[in-house]
Design a protein around this ligand. Structure first.
Ligand SMILES: [Fe+2]
Length: 265
């Protein structure tokens, strides 16, 4: 996984207590937000257009999923426990195929994850996904070239990070904490890959259909991915300290530092 592979669990199903009915409706999502998010620390749900009845069921499902996802990561990767943040979970009740987004928000385009308002300062973005589609439909991903190859193509055109801009964004509250040089490069890498229509059209990728009732885990800051079709998936995000990894040298932080020959923290 640290080398940029996707761990696939064909029989690891998350089965909500409410198998049908209110949880499986695209009307639950606030269309502007695209996902419903859940903070396991506070229990707060965001982005849901739900009445009290749906909200309490959503809460129950997300809470159970977030706890199960944490347990799976701790069981599979005990070494991460010392540097793990159990961040937000999300529920994705909208069909991806055919939906129109602005180019930078369009996750149907190949990208590595980098969050504009949440700098990681080098920490890894580890995500567990589970396809809970009740009609058995798969979730389709495209998985692209290794991170190093992506970075080699785009790095020369990304420019140098600007620390004054990062301070300003943090000062006005546009980012949760200051973007490091690493965060700035990763955002530019995300944006440049999505904006480059020639790259999107020509770069090789593998298509994989994750069946309903399956789960998968990967470092989405490293795996070049696009989610092109599917409806009703759950996702749990973790942040992992680079030092907690078995091979910190495989992290995008260390890879970009080697390539740019400078410290990016
Ligand atoms: Fe993504």
């Amino acid at each position: 996984m640290e080398q940029g592979k996707v761990l696939y669990f064909p029989n690891l199903a998350f089965i909500p207590e409410e198998k049908c009915g209110v949880l499986f409706s695209s009307r639950l999502a606030d269309r502007k937000a695209k996902n419903i998010s859940f903070n396991p620390a506070t229990g707060l749900l965001k982005g849901a257009l739900a009445g009290d009845h749906e909200r309490s069921r959503l809460h129950k499902m997300m809470d159970a999923f977030a706890a199960a996802a944490l347990q799976i990561i701790l069981d599979l990767c005990p070494r991460y426990a010392s540097g793990l943040e159990h961040a937000r979970a999300s529920y994705r009740p909208l069909e991806i195929a055919g939906r129109e987004y602005t180019r930078l928000k369009d996750d149907k385009l190949l990208h590595v994850d980098a969050f504009p308002s949440t700098p990681t300062r080098g920490r890894r973005i580890l995500r567990l996904f589970s396809n809970i589609n009740p009609s058995g439909r798969p979730r389709i991903w495209h998985i692209g070239e290794p991170f190093e190859s992506l970075a080699e193509k785009f790095l020369p055109s990304l420019g140098r990070p600007i620390s004054s801009a990062a301070y300003l964004l943090a000062a006005v509250g546009a980012t949760r904490g200051r973007r490091s040089a690493y965060d700035q490069l990763m955002l530019r890498l995300h944006n440049s890959a999505k904006r480059d229509a020639v790259y999107q059209a020509n770069t090789p990728y593998e298509e994989f259909a994750f069946p309903a009732g399956s789960s998968w885990i990967c470092f989405t800051d490293q795996v070049l991915h696009a989610a092109v079709a599917g409806q009703y998936a759950l996702e749990q995000t973790f942040y992992v300290d680079v030092e907690a990894m078995a091979g910190p040298k495989n992290s995008p932080l260390r890879i970009l530092e080697r390539m740019t020959k400078r410290s990016l923290s």
